[in-house]
Design a protein around this ligand. Structure first.
Ligand code: ADP
Ligand code: MG
Length: 149
């Protein structure tokens, strides 16, 4: 069964707090597929997710590197597919080199690699609703049922 949570945040810090909650319930093998425009807050929420996973390093945007790897209790592979046109261009990105068993994948611009997304991916869509407000929709399993609490 799919659970859908829709949460409005009114600041970047609130989005980071939400990310922290998400990070604390993630486990090895989880795959987050983000959608949302430039500046929506995909990297910002990933910052909170990394904190929730116990990582101490600052998360920076992987726009140029395509992927940044972080280590905490488990690993976080943070991808930005902005420059990737489709899944046929994934070969040199590291996407197939990292093992899902080692940690969590979090992929910005997942719409660009639609054909390579696992069907069980947790989907996080972020919409700009005002200068400091965002509407965040999370589609996942039952773990995401009580995210608001
Ligand atoms: P993306 O990775 O989606 O391109 P970023 O996370 O890099 O977006 O940038 C989001 C920008 O919007 C940041 O400058 C952040 O401070 C700002 N911002 C303002 N309000 C919010 C909010 N409610 N949630 C997330 N980011 C916000
Ligand atoms: Mg980003």
């Amino acid at each position: 069964m799919e659970y859908i949570a829709r949460i409005n945040t009114e600041s970047a810090e609130e989005t980071i707090v939400l990310g922290r909650k998400i990070g604390r319930i993630l486990k090895k093998g989880d795959f987050i597929a983000y959608t949302g425009d430039l500046g929506a807050g995909k990297t910002t929420i990933t910052r909170g997710i990394a904190e929730g996973l116990g990582m101490k390093d600052d998360v920076t945007s992987p726009t140029f590197s395509i992927v940044n790897e972080y280590s905490g209790d488990i690993k976080l592979f943070h991808f930005d597919m902005y420059r990737i046109e489709n899944e046929n261009e994934l070969e040199f990105t590291g996407f197939f080199d990292y093992s899902r068993d080692d940690g969590v994948f979090a992929v910005e611009w997942s719409e660009n690699i639609r054909g390579a997304l696992p069907p069980e991916a947790i989907k996080i869509d972020i919409k700009y609703t005002g200068e400091n407000s965002r509407s965040i929709t999370i589609r996942g399993d039952s773990r995401f049922e009580n995210l608001r609490d």
